[in-house]
Design a protein around this ligand. Sequence first.
Ligand SMILES: [Zn+2]
Length: 465
Amino acid sequence: MRKPIVRNLCVLALIVLAVRTVLSGSGKPEDYRALVDKVRETGLSGERAFALLERITSVGPRLTGSPQAAAAVDLTRDLMAELGLARVHTEPVEVGHWTRGQVAEASVAASPSRAAIPLAVCALGGSVGTPERGITARVVEVRSLEEAASLGKSAEGKIVFFNRAMDRGLTDSFAAYGAAADQRVSGASAAARVGAAAVLVRSLTFRDDRNPHTGMLRYDPDAPAIPAAAIGTADADRLNALLKKGKDVSVSLRMDCRDRGKVVSANVVGEITGSELPSEIILLGGHLDSWDLGVGAHDDAAGCAAALEAVALLHDLGLRPRRTIRAVMFMDEEFGGTGGRAYAVAPQRKGERHLVAAESDRGGFVPVGLAIGSGDRKAIERVLPYADLIRPFGIWFIVPGGGGVDVAPLIANGAVPAAVLVNAQTYFDVHHSALDVVARVAPRELELQAVVLAILAYILAEEGV
Ligand SMILES: [Zn+2]
């Protein structure tokens, strides 16, 4: 049964009219206390953020350029209208369309001493396919792009296996991901430059399992485009063990993924228009596209749902802040952010000034901190006086940072980056894999994230930054 997403507005609006009259941008933290209580009570009274996530994921995986991504655009536009947001519209974006195809097979070739060993693989996003008969070649293992480059002629015709694990000793899972991701993004071209036939890349996850994790690769124009696949960590360890034994290890790889050219998709936009400074914008974003192995529940239906719920909560409470609070569901973050770039230069941006750009793309987990501003501490100093208001939600630190692929062009133009930081220790267990499904998201954690985002957005929209 589809869960309702429209709250009982008349009751809420009456309750909160009283809250609004206390405020009018007076700036004192205590003036916001009643508002914070009301947003908390309303948000935590149910699971609407989760219901929104269920609706967004109901179309299935939303791979950029796919029919499901197009369905998600229509659905989200309708959702915004249903939630009562103002100026709901879509803005066109030309995106790529790559398809995974039906075949992604790999195995360690049989040898006189052992049978063939199947490997769990998936194509990396954007990879070319193999010839129909596949590629069978000796494997050479490396830990870095530099090591691949140093192989020289010895890599010719081989499958280069990038096997640098995410550093489990790092407490910041994003830092561990970031420090290992160059193999996935640039490994294919680094290997192709020394004549390799294909690459296998260890999946970017802390988990020891057989789930391959996909993600974007980037082919450099000066290197041949060769097939690239991710391999589950357990299988990567197995392959490593075989190679350590020193025997010749050959792998067969067969994939029928391919590029299908360009299609027109869209970003989806809706807002609470500011009462005094409507052209000054506090942007709350998420990305509508996802990878296609799961349904992109954490990445990034959760971020979309948190941003939508934050704006909808304020709308339900009858609040109209001085500046505009806008929800933007970006298209095509995963293949590099064409949606974010299109949004920044769309004709609608004329005369608008984005004060803050907050992208939610860290999974639908429980909030633990805020990131705001980069470079200097000006934005942090602006928010710090209100820290006591959000501490009960589990916000224990406020640090410089924020931002994201989709909002990077806005930040380059002067918008202050911001983000609700979450406990993402398990994010990369599911990220870009078949495990990124609705059941992995905890409704209350997602709602807490949305509530904090709503409060942050409202204070920034009233006070500026
Ligand atoms: Zn994402």
